[in-house]
Design a protein around this ligand. Structure first.
Ligand code: CP
Ligand code: NVA
Length: 302
């Protein structure tokens, strides 16, 4: 396995299956209250340039469960905020820690951290990708659908960081991917090219019903991601027809699962009745971030 996971494409299909198996085992152990002190005396540094609830808490709890320690490093509080370079930070932290996870504004920051550190670096969300999210999502899909091959994964909304990882991840796992995005908000050509190289089957449309037709999974995310706040007004208009609601669910398979990486803006990209309805697996999905990331840090840091 590679030293770092910056993109979902840093993992092969076999490695993803192996991680999902380990995640299921760790989930069972946690539910049974079995001790799992596999990373005793090890420390994970968690650099955050942006807000987080799930990622921060799940990584921190993961290290607690493993008998190790997690350090929350807000980029405003550490010397990066005063201009120390990423390169020097990476070299310094490599002398103390056993792993770094970082949530960054620009993807090149995680690339630099990885290049200049001797310890594993995990992308905990950048402007381009969110691989940890997709790992937890795949665990959830496995729990509900028992397979990936042949499933139709419908993305409805912004062709953003989470969408990029879902597109690439679907290509790796053999799912058909259909994204409905307003014009101008589709995933960038480099991600479509990459998905093609991975053998991915996908369509990009601006009609949510085309994407959702016979879908096994409908996935959405906020219309205004962290960093896009200046475009809020325009985006709310551009995305108005891209809501996941009961009308959209009607064209999908009856047993479609509805997913959202959270945080959600209820009443915008998703309605309350869908989010809290029988097809929603959204909070199981949120929990699975913990188990999937535990499998990942165990593999990288043990
Ligand atoms: N889905 C996700 O990454 O949530 P947070 O922003 O709360 O970490
Ligand atoms: N696309 C969202 C995901 C948040 C977990 C963002 O980048 O803000």
């Amino acid at each position: 396995m590679k030293k770092d996971v910056l993109s979902i494409t840093d993992l092969t299909r076999e490695e993803i299956y192996e991680l999902l198996e380990s995640a299921a085992d760790l989930k069972a152990k946690r539910k049974a209250g079995e001790p799992t002190e596999f990373l005793k005396n090890k420390s994970l540094g968690m650099i955050f340039e942006k807000s987080s609830t799930r990622t921060r808490v799940s990584f921190e709890v993961a290290m607690t469960d493993f008998g190790g320690h997690a350090l929350y490093l807000n980029s405003r509080d550490i010397q990066i905020g005063r201009g120390e370079t990423i390169e020097d930070t990476a070299r310094t932290l490599s002398g103390y820690l056993h792993g770094i996870m970082a949530r960054v504004m620009k993807h090149e920051t995680v690339e630099k951290l990885a290049k200049y550190s001797t310890i594993p670096v995990i992308n905990a969300l950048s402007d381009l990708e969110h691989p940890c999210q997709i790992l937890g999502d795949f665990m959830t899909i496995m729990e509900y659908k028992k397979k990936f091959e042949g499933l139709k994964f419908a993305w409805v909304g912004d062709g953003n960081n989470v969408c990029n990882s879902a597109l690439l991840g679907s290509a790796i796992m053999g799912m058909e991917f259909a994204a409905a995005c307003p014009k101008g908000y589709e995933p960038k050509a480099e991600f479509l090219e990459k998905a093609k190289t991975l053998g991915g089957k996908f369509i990009i449309t601006d009609d949510p019903k085309v994407a959702a037709k016979d879908a096994d999974i409908i996935y959405t995310d906020v219309w205004v991601s962290m960093g896009d706040e200046a475009e809020q007004e325009k985006r709310l208009k551009d995305f108005a027809k891209f809501q996941v609601n009961t009308e959209l669910l009607e064209v999908a398979k009856p047993d479609v699962i509805v997913m959202h990486c959270l945080p959600a803006r209820r009443g915008l990209e998703i309605t309350d009745d869908v989010m809290d309805g029988p097809n929603s697996v959204i909070f199981e999905e949120a929990e699975n971030r913990l188990h999937a990331q535990k499998a990942l840090i165990l593999k990288l840091m043990r």
